[in-house]
Design a protein around this ligand. Sequence first.
Ligand code: GTP
Ligand code: MG
Length: 320
Amino acid sequence: MGKEQFTIARIFGAYYELYSKDRLYVRAVLKGKLRLKSTEDRHPFVVGDLVTAESGYGEEWIILEKEERSNYLTRRSEHGDNHVLCANLDQVAILASYKDPETKDGFIDRLLVACYHTKIKPLIIFTKSDLVDSSLKKEKEDFYSNLGYDVMSISIEDEKSFPVLWKVLQGKKTFLCGNSGVGKSTLLNQLTKKSVQKVQKTNEVSGSTKKGKHTTTNSLAVFLEEDTVIIDSPGVKEWGILHLSKQELLESFPELSLAKEKCSSPYCCDLGLECNMVRFMETGLLESRKKNLESMFESLDKPHRVTRRDHWSQAITKRY
Ligand SMILES: Nc1nc2c(ncn2[C@@H]2O[C@H](COP(=O)(O)OP(=O)(O)OP(=O)(O)O)[C@@H](O)[C@H]2O)c(=O)[nH]1
Ligand SMILES: [Mg+2]
């Protein structure tokens, strides 16, 4: 049997769902030696990886090797290694809901920083625009578009918002990410409803906290016409940026990278008094953006910050 090229569409424990234009979706497992390797490396294969496979017994395929990734999106929190979420992307759609739950600006800024360093283009999509008035929508959209980002607002209630969005997604591989409950799976279902290949489960947000219920547990890539790929992912609570340095954080803020261009030294200093980025951060950066940046600095300085929840679990562990 010959070898064929596929893209990983979904991973269920030891099983992989692969996609190719000719075969559509097939089920696969890793070849023995890759299985051994995968126990050493926590994320050897992710959705979006391009792989070569050959057909095995019955309908199952066997993954033989993986192509080098052109890029990948990663995050790193205090507890672990780099968590690779997806590979070979054209853009990351940051889904931020206006309300129920309200996505914090700090979360959006962290994701923008992560995208900057992977060199994957970010796109900010504000969701649930039916729940807020147009002045708030304009304020939020203008804020990020003035910083140079592509921004749009959508609502599942408003059919008109989808043709505009489709134009931006067409022909591209887009990773949808954001907090739980912002509407990632709802959007995927809306975009794929004509082809009805895959339907993702969605769930109402909690009645009391208005937070999502972490309904999606595995990323899923859906392949649509004209090489358009949409990848749904599980909701993320915090986006760890511990794989980045302070200098990288500063540079990824467009306001500050402009300041860097005016620095007297062509090379970066130790971010001391001579640093134009630090000077601008202190005197020229908008207060809310400065607060978000400082919170990221704090995460780097105190990666093992004890949260209230950790405190309780430590107290409970001590009792036993
Ligand atoms: N009012 C309103 N509700 C929406 C909109 N989009 C999604 N929702 C609702 O928001 C809730 C959560 O949507 P999901 O699509 O499950 O959210 P998710 O981002 O996939 O959440 P996780 O899988 O937990 O990460 C559902 O009840 C949706 O019907 C919208 O544009 N307007
Ligand atoms: Mg979901």
